[in-house]
Design a protein around this ligand. Structure first.
Ligand code: FE
Ligand code: FE
Length: 172
């Protein structure tokens, strides 16, 4: 049990949770890329994998700046999000439906990260740790961009599914 006495302790505790979350994602994203059918979705997951590896490096930089040990604390929330997301891969589904489900899972992950990075960035700012805050802000921006890219791909995907739905009704 770690004692959390001040904002720096809380910041470090949250960074350790994120450090584990990002590690989990470096293992999950290759599987998601493999399961994706649309080339643009596969590419988006592959791109975000390399960004995620950089997110791990940045967290290590932040630990160093704060003079703390880079240590992971199991992130149960990320474990749950990844578990739920992988359930669809076991089901029989059409390519478009699977892609849409992968995007739904990935966007839950990105929103979790956006919330977490906004918090740690604000904590770092409040502690006067400007360099750490700016590093965390870079990652926050990339999580936001990824979320937007996923929304764009989802729109195409869902439009296609809606059209297919109309088509199926007409051919009955
Ligand atoms: Fe990340
Ligand atoms: Fe991310």
């Amino acid at each position: 049990m770690v004692a959390l006495n001040d904002l720096q302790d809380l910041l470090v505790d949250q960074l350790r949770d994120l450090y584990d979350a990002e590690h989990q994602l470096t293992k999950a994203l290759p599987k998601m890329a493999k399961a994706a059918t649309r080339p643009e979705l596969r590419q988006a997951f592959e791109k975000h994998l390399s960004q995620t590896e950089e997110h791990v490096n940045r967290l290590e930089q932040v630990f160093e700046i704060l003079g703390e040990r880079a240590k992971a604390k199991p992130c149960k929330a990320m474990k749950g999000l990844i578990e739920e997301g992988s359930e669809v891969l076991k089901e029989k589904a059409s390519d478009s439906v699977r892609d849409a489900a992968l995007i739904a899972a990935a966007q839950r992950v990105e929103h979790y990260e956006i919330a977490a990075y906004s918090t740690v960035r604000t904590f770092a700012e409040n502690l006067g740790q400007r360099e750490a805050a700016s590093i965390l802000n870079q990652t926050l921006k990339e999580e936001g961009e990824t979320d937007k890219t996923l929304t764009q791909i989802a729109t195409t995907c869902v439009n296609e599914l809606a059209e297919q739905g109309v088509g199926a009704e007409e051919s009955d």
